[in-house]
Design a protein around this ligand. Structure first.
Ligand SMILES: [Zn+2]
Length: 182
């Protein structure tokens, strides 16, 4: 234990017993959301929130489209799920997200009292579910979330890599195009 942050990220209590197959099924739904972001030239990140085996909120990254730093997949999914359930507390819900949540989204997850988070791939430079920080499991806060990582990891990270590869190629082409137009 360091600074009140729990070390283990793969916990095995209570809700985490949900089987891998179920996790993969819902992560696939989160990937579908991420592909909507991809189609808008947004970084492909998608999220679904599941309650009693049903999806009650979906979201995907729309940061550029909406010109908002708040338009992350998780925030949209939390808003929709809260509306659907009629409560700001999303107890008994599991949040599935293709990329490790940032500090804002990890904060929102704790605020919403979401008990379990399932992550596709990690985000070493900005993730706040164990990479840079682990805001989901700070013991001094009044709520912590169980965390399962690495569900369909390759698909989730492959999608990101492909996106950034295409982005780099596009930028290169644009640069070239710009130069020849002079
Ligand atoms: Zn975020």
């Amino acid at each position: 234990m360091e600074d009140g942050i729990r070390k283990e990220s793969r916990t095995s209590t209570g809700l985490d017993k949900a089987d891998r197959k179920t996790d993969e099924r819902f992560m696939r739904e989160a990937i579908k959301q991420a592909k909507k972001a991809y189609a808008l030239d947004e970084t492909p990140i998608g999220c679904v929130i599941v309650h009693e085996g049903k999806i009650i909120g979906r979201g995907y990254n729309r940061r550029n489209t909406d010109k908002s730093p708040l338009a992350h997949a998780e925030i949209t999914a939390i808003k929709k799920a809260s509306k659907k359930i009629g409560d700001w507390r999303l107890e008994d819900c599991t949040l599935y997200v293709t990329l490790e949540p940032c500090q804002m989204c990890s904060g929102a997850i704790i605020q919403a009292r979401i008990p379990r988070v399932v992550v596709g791939c990690m985000n070493p430079k900005a993730g706040c579910a164990g990479s840079v920080l682990n805001l989901l499991q700070v013991e001094r806060f009044n709520h912590q979330a169980e965390l399962t990582t690495g569900v369909l990891e390759e698909e989730c990270s492959g999608m990101m890599k492909q996106f950034f590869k295409e982005l780099r190629e596009r930028k290169k082409r644009e640069k070239k195009g710009g130069a020849s137009a002079l």
